[in-house]
Write a protein that binds this ligand. Structure first.
Ligand SMILES: C[S@@+](CC[C@H](N)C(=O)[O-])C[C@H]1O[C@@H](n2cnc3c(N)ncnc32)[C@H](O)[C@@H]1O
Length: 387
């Protein structure tokens, strides 16, 4: 098999991402889980997000903004209020990281129109790597924003200055690395070729690194004494983005709202890597590029990285609690009052889905980040009050 002989793969001949990854493993050795995830989601030609719009009933999964306009509206009110409390610092960057179809930004802007100066002073920046979703965002947002709309591959490309930033279900899509405890210490989990597959239909399996050098470096001190067999996840990529957000907020006035699913108080041991396809779980290593891959977000690690960057952090608060504090029940009642009975039933179902602890209400959480001193601890950003 030297030089990839026997492995199909000249670009354009029906090569899948699985073929490409198998060839890379043959050349370079097993991949970290993070490298596998990064390629599966973000390979420039064959990555999951690069090829398709995965949202909605006909896609693979549905996110909160796609469930109901109420979600984006309340995020919009939070943004406008935070901006006003920062002193309404004139022109500012309204940044969304991982904006999907642009639905959250559209609902946010409509609700934030209660404060016309917010909208007038905002230049909208979308940090998005997928060309397919960029086009979808353009269709949604250009009629509202015209030229006040910019795209970037990375947060670092957004110009310096006052910032209001939102991210919903972005961090769960960033690569994680996994380490596993054995009788001989901590070893990084890697993805290797599974001999049960073939050159035509490559398959993958988890293996452990040979010497345990990265494994023991990655595991957080608090989890070192876990029992044998334990798996621990860390996301250096998420921490790097959080640190960059923290540094932005330290350099100029601003606030950020990060919404995702995961652990409030990590680090926590456990293998949370999951693949979702057509609204159902799928095996994580099968068909890379064809399924969404995500992992629980460690909010404590994100908040700590943002504080290292120089910001202050608030929360986490559970999504159901936060939405109720911001008035989602009242908003649902107002929408229902003008709705047909069938629409009112849909509004009720969406409300339940977003706030019910057994659905998204507890698993999803929010943290807020802000410039140092921008919000006193007694008067934190909206929804982050301690009861
Ligand atoms: C799960 S979707 C969430 C979309 C949207 N926020 C929502 O709630 O509907 C993740 C989004 O992040 C984008 N994305 C994933 N990895 C990215 C990266 N490394 N840099 C920028 N965007 C990324 C995807 O293309 C997609 O827009």
């Amino acid at each position: 098999m030297a030089g990839g002989e026997g492995i199909p793969g000249a670009p354009g001949n029906g090569e899948t991402l699985a073929h490409l990854l198998a060839r890379r493993i043959l050349l370079d050795g097993p991949l970290s889980v993070g490298a596998f995830m990064a390629e599966a989601l973000g390979h420039p030609r064959l990555g999951y997000y690069m090829r398709q719009d995965p949202f909605g009933v006909g896609g693979d999964f549905t996110t909160a903004p796609e469930i109901s306009q109420m979600f984006g509206e309340l995020v919009g009110l939070w943004c406008a209020e935070s901006w006003a409390r920062l002193g309404g610092p004139g022109p500012f960057h309204l940044v969304e990281v991982g904006p999907g179809r642009g639905t959250l930004m559209a609902d946010l802007l409509r609700a934030a129109a209660v404060l016309p100066l917010f909208r007038d002073n905002a230049t909208v920046h979308l940090v998005e790597t997928s060309p397919v979703l960029r086009e979808r965002q353009r269709q949604t947002l250009q009629p509202l924003l015209g030229d006040a709309l910019r795209w970037h591959d990375r947060l670092e490309e957004v110009p310096d200055g006052p910032t209001i930033l939102v991210a919903n279900e972005f961090f769960d899509a960033l690569p994680i690395r996994q380490v596993q405890k054995t009788a001989h210490g901590w070893f990084e989990r890697l993805v290797d070729i599974d001999p049960a597959g073939s050159a035509e239909e490559p398959r993958f399996r988890f293996v452990l690194e040979a010497f345990g050098s990265s494994g023991s470096r990655l595991v957080p001190d608090a989890l070192r004494d876990q029992p044998d067999g334990s798996v621990v996840e860390v996301s250096p990529a998420s921490q790097a983005v959080a640190r960059a957000i923290g540094a932005r907020l330290a350099a100029a006035p601003g606030a950020a709202l990060l919404i995702d699913y995961g652990y409030a108080y990590g680090p926590v041991a456990g293998d949370t890597l999951q693949a979702v396809r057509r609204h159902a779980f799928a095996p994580v290593l099968d068909a890379p590029g064809e399924a969404d891959l995500t992992a629980h977000v460690d909010f404590a690690a994100i908040a700590a990285a943002a504080r290292e960057g120089g910001a202050e952090s608030f929360g986490p608060v559970e999504q159901g609690e936060w939405l109720c504090r911001l008035g989602i029940r009242e908003r649902a009642a107002a929408l229902s009052a003008k709705a047909t009975p069938a629409q009112a039933r849909d509004i009720r179902a969406a409300l339940d889905r977003l706030i019910d602890p057994a659905q998204m209400g507890r698993l999803f959480k929010l943290i807020a980040l802000a410039s140092p001193g921008a919000f006193a601890r007694e008067t934190p950003p909206a929804g982050f009050e301690t009861p």
